[in-house]
Design a protein around this ligand. Structure first.
Ligand code: 13P
Length: 248
């Protein structure tokens, strides 16, 4: 059985004070959930959030990392730096990073390999643009992104990866893929993983949906057979809304 994960991606939002107050506000209300709870915050908040979440079931993740261990990479952060402050998860290859910061399938793969080698759980994002969807390329794009992201990753390591299927046209637009459509693509992504690793391993890999998930649609999405969680942007920013998402 795959443990579902509800994750907030705060993107470039919140001060330390606001983030800590958020964790304080939600921690008792998410304590009894059956899902894994993750908040991915900007770097400056991470250490304070890890402390605020100590002794709770709330896990703290970063939104990116570099694939090298050190060096002249101004502005970048390594896996060890994240581990040193107690971060356990890292989003890799979010479409905003692919779109604005030159993230490629190759860097996504290098970062995923590094995260796994260091013991961080990578949340690897894949998904098609509107143009690609309209050209019926959704599955081909997801297949190619998944195959490249998992290149060189052993079956044992692959089990710990979380994949997030985020159709780009559904991010921050209020447009959600229908839960059936999202489930179809996610089931297909699992077929791609089965071709790479076999049934037993692909059945263990969690695949989330992301893109305009909110309290009003989370239950429908989570009730689909292949969807193992949600990666949520806008609706993860308010404590009440996040608590509703976790307790769908
Ligand atoms: P929204 O939930 O704001 O559409 O963002 C989705 C997302 O990009 C999560 O990573």
């Amino acid at each position: 059985m795959r443990l579902p994960m509800i994750a907030g991606n705060w993107k470039m939002h919140k001060s330390i004070k606001e983030g800590v107050a958020f964790v304080e506000a939600i921690k008792s209300d998410v304590a009894d959930t059956d899902v894994e709870v993750l908040i991915c915050a900007p770097y400056t908040l991470l250490q304070s959030l890890v402390k605020a979440a100590e002794g709770t079931n709330v896990k703290i993740g970063a939104q990116n990392m570099h694939y090298e261990d050190k060096g002249a990479f101004t502005g970048e952060v390594t896996a060890d730096m994240l581990l040193e402050i107690g971060v356990t998860h890292v989003i890799i290859g979010h479409s905003e990073r692919r779109q604005y910061y030159n993230e490629t399938d190759e860097t996504v793969n290098l970062k995923t390999l590094k995260a796994l080698a260091k013991g961080l759980v990578p949340v690897v994002c894949v998904g098609e643009t509107l143009e690609q969807r309209e050209a019926s390329e959704t599955k081909a794009i997801c297949k190619s992104q998944v195959e490249k992201a998992f290149s060189g990753i052993s079956g044992d390591a692959a089990k710990t990866v979380v994949v997030a299927y985020e159709p780009i046209w559904a991010i921050g637009t209020g447009k959600t893929a229908s839960s059936q459509d999202a489930n179809d693509v996610i089931a297909y992504i699992r077929e791609v993983l089965t071709a790479l690793y076999g049934d037993e391993i692909s059945e263990e890999i969690r695949i989330q949906y992301g893109g305009s998930v909110k309290p009003a649609n989370v239950a429908e999405i989570m009730n689909e057979s292949d969807i193992d969680g949600a990666l949520v942007g806008g609706a993860s920013l308010e404590p009440d809304s996040f608590v509703q998402l976790v307790n769908f």
